[in-house]
Design a protein around this ligand. Structure first.
Ligand code: C2O
Ligand code: CU
Length: 457
């Protein structure tokens, strides 16, 4: 039997080690510098750090249960890692330097390889010096499609970020460790982008049904969003379908790292402009525009179908232990003292070291886990915010259920906004073995003390 050269190459390829083929087939995730028009036209371009040459990094879109294989190639001048936010992932793939992997030095690579158990809207971002690296643009969407998704005319991923740019040069202001930001509300910007662009435009028709996947990739900004000329429901939060869709009547908040999936219908008349607006300033301002041209053949739909549920564990509270995590420090409630590097330091000493916050008395990720859970056990965590600022508390590797003030179980989330002075309770089934971070997703807060972890064995 003779082989043609082509057949030979094919059979030889089948025998070689898989990662090489994967690399050759374009599954590198290259962390690299790039130039991008973030500010409106007429302003200079911005030097960014990106995955693959643009911000956001390319949308990774795949089916529920599929396998993600990406080789991070670090072409940046700083060590980095990738965290797959909201994915109930294998611990070794979670991307946390010093906890689940070593940093990937400039010039080096790391193979990420994992399965996505849940459908929904997720994202990936740098997790080393994230206060700087995410602010420079190291993030992208990770969309996991339902086996049979809702019937929509357009499925739009809208990734929100706010940038602190120098309007004269277009450059990012490089004061990432600014102590005023870190001890207050975090790094807030002066320009909001959607998908790395100022005020992007998506043409629609009247009566079109849109799925909007909103992702907040900002370092610290909490959006107060509202709809204009479109109407509908929030159908999922942080990737997980709601049991009852929430009709959007007014505004809704989106804290750093949070996602909201909406199903909306275009109600605006042809030749007008609909959109999503931010209400945080008087009168609000548009974040994205939907110019309406014509009317779709479909007549206005009524009601919305539920998204199929994800394979989440059942939360049975019974006598699940309650663990308290106290959020401490920051401007106006300065730390008196906290643990750092095995010593009890005064608030003044901590501030000199750039530490302004603490979780249960630790101004860094402590040696021992906050919670050491047996696999499969249920735990309640009470976040007690004693500070004068809101915080977006995020758990790795698990989603949790909010416990509503009446004691009932609320939506599944991976990031919960705890307003100042507020206490919020959550419940989780510790079913994913490994060492998992628990931190504030205002990235300057995380960098200056709001960092803890839990272990599941
Ligand atoms: Cu999206 Cu530890 O974070
Ligand atoms: Cu915070």
């Amino acid at each position: 039997m003779t082989f043609t050269r082509r057949q030979f190459l094919q059979s030889a390829a089948a025998l070689t080690v898989l990662p090489h083929q994967v690399r050759a087939s374009g599954s590198d995730l290259i962390a690299q510098t790039a130039m991008q028009q973030i500010a409106p036209d007429g302003f200079p371009q911005t030097p960014v750090w990106s995955y693959g040459g643009g911000v956001p990094g390319g949308e990774i879109r795949l089916h529920q249960g599929a396998r993600v294989q990406r080789t991070l190639v670090n072409e940046l001048p700083q060590p980095t890692t990738v965290h797959w936010h909201g994915i109930r992932i294998d611990n070794a793939m979670d991307g946390v330097p010093g906890l689940t992997q070593e940093v990937v030095a400039p010039g080096e690579r790391f193979d990420y390889d994992f399965v996505v158990p849940d459908a929904g809207t997720y994202w990936y971002h740098a997790h080393n010096r994230s206060v700087e690296q995410v602010a420079r643009g190291l993030y992208g969407p990770l969309i996991v499609e339902e086996a049979s998704g809702p019937d929509v005319d357009q499925d739009l991923t809208l990734m929100l970020d706010d940038w602190r740019l120098d309007p004269d040069t277009g450059h990012i202001v490089e004061d990432f460790d600014n102590s005023h930001d870190q001890s207050h509300a975090g790094r807030l910007g002066n320009l909001i982008s959607v998908n790395g662009q100022f005020d992007p435009v998506f043409p629609v028709r009247r009566h079109d049904r849109l799925r909007l996947r909103l992702i907040n990739a900002s370092n610290a900004r909490i959006y107060d969003l509202a709809l204009d000329g479109v109407a509908g429901w929030i159908v999922a939060l942080d990737g997980m379908p709601l049991e009852i869709p929430l009709e959007v009547e007014d505004g809704f908040p989106l804290a750093p790292a949070q996602r909201a999936d909406l199903i909306v219908d275009v109600t605006a008349e042809p030749d007008t402009v609909a959109g999503v607006i931010s209400r945080e300033r008087d009168g609000g301002f548009g974040l994205v525009r939907f110019p309406v041209s014509g009317t779709s053949a479909t007549t206005a739909r009524s009601g919305v179908a539920l998204l199929p549920p994800n394979p989440l564990p059942q939360v049975v509270l019974n006598d699940a232990p309650l663990h308290r995590m106290t959020l401490q420090g920051g401007a106006m409630r300065w730390l008196e003292s906290a643990q750092l590097g095995g010593a009890q330091l005064s608030g003044r000493e901590l501030a000199q070291l750039g530490r302004f916050w603490a979780l249960n008395g630790y101004a860094e990720r402590p040696q021992d886990p906050f919670l050491d859970a047996q696999r499969g056990t249920v735990h309640r965590i009470e976040f007690v915010n004693e500070t004068s600022f809101p915080h977006a508390m995020h758990l790795h590797g698990h989603h949790f259920r909010l416990i509503l003030p009446d004691g009932n179980l609320g939506p599944w989330r991976d990031t919960v906004l705890v307003e100042r002075g507020q206490t919020r309770e959550i419940a989780l089934v510790a079913d994913n073995p490994g060492d998992w971070l628990l931190h504030c997703h205002m990235l300057g807060h995380a960098a200056s003390g709001m960092m803890s972890w839990f272990r599941v064995t």
